[in-house]
Write a protein of this length. Structure first.
Length: 246
């Protein structure tokens, strides 16, 4: 869009359907909608928007992306996050993780040139030795594996995580039961409150529990955590300028 440079700039921090929460450079968040019946905007997009008379906004254009992550099944592909600096795959000593899912995540990140590392949670459990052995081939390939006990040793885990996340936008993926909620709540104490506020703003509370969400980890907004539910098949593709006008 030729007028894009004249419009306000914002960051998409979550959304549902054609409705999004966009954060301005000053840190203000507001409800925005996209034009048309279909939108390709995703969390992590930098967008150009214009205000409405109701105090909300309309997304008019999306800035070019560095990368785009999407999940897929046998029927369709759906984009859900963009402009990611690194991928953090969370697995645990228990339950036993799927190596095929883990491998697909790491291969997709490598193909897109996005650094990826693994967090092996529940290191306090007896099953840690078996899980460590299963991850040894990945470590041998140069993929960093960080062992933690998020629930049993929260402060030590936080001290271990923060340097890994500093000044980066990190997407966290992991199957249920691995401690992803524990990780989010450890690093973002008001995560639940943020989700509640966004649910109210979007008027779609029952949807936001399955919606990708952007969290800032510091007051300077230099480090961010992107939480996406599930651990389905997914891929990464190079960025392009999407059409948010439908």
């Amino acid at each position: 869009m030729s007028r894009g440079a004249e419009l306000d700039l914002g960051l998409v921090v979550t959304g549902h359907g054609r409705h999004y929460i966009v954060e301005t450079p000053e840190g203000k968040r507001l409800h925005c909608s996209s034009r048309g019946k279909k939108s390709e905007c995703v969390v992590g997009d930098r967008v150009r928007w214009m205000p409405t008379s109701e105090g909300e906004g309309v997304i008019e254009a999306v800035e070019p992306r560095r990368n785009l992550m999407h999940r897929q099944d046998e029927w369709k592909t759906k984009s859900f996050a963009a402009n990611i600096d690194q991928l953090l795959v969370l697995v645990a000593a228990e339950p036993v993780f799927s190596e095929s899912q883990l491998a697909r995540a790491l291969i997709a990140a490598e193909a897109a040139g996005i650094p990826a590392s693994i967090v092996l949670n529940k290191a306090d459990l007896p099953a840690i030795d078996a899980a460590r052995a299963r991850l040894a081939p990945y470590a041998a390939m140069g993929i960093a594996v960080h062992e933690m006990a998020l629930k049993a040793r929260p402060e030590a885990s936080r001290a271990q995580l923060m340097p890994l996340l500093a000044q980066r936008s990190t997407l966290v993926l992991g199957p249920s039961g691995t401690g992803k909620s524990t990780l989010i709540n450890l690093l973002v104490p008001d995560a639940g409150a943020q989700v509640g506020e966004i649910s109210q703003s979007l008027n779609s509370g029952r949807h936001t529990t399955t919606t990708t969400q952007w969290y800032w980890l510091d007051a300077q907004r230099g480090a961010a955590l992107i939480d996406s539910p599930g651990f389905q098949e997914f891929g990464l593709r190079r960025g392009r300028r999407p059409n948010c006008r439908g």
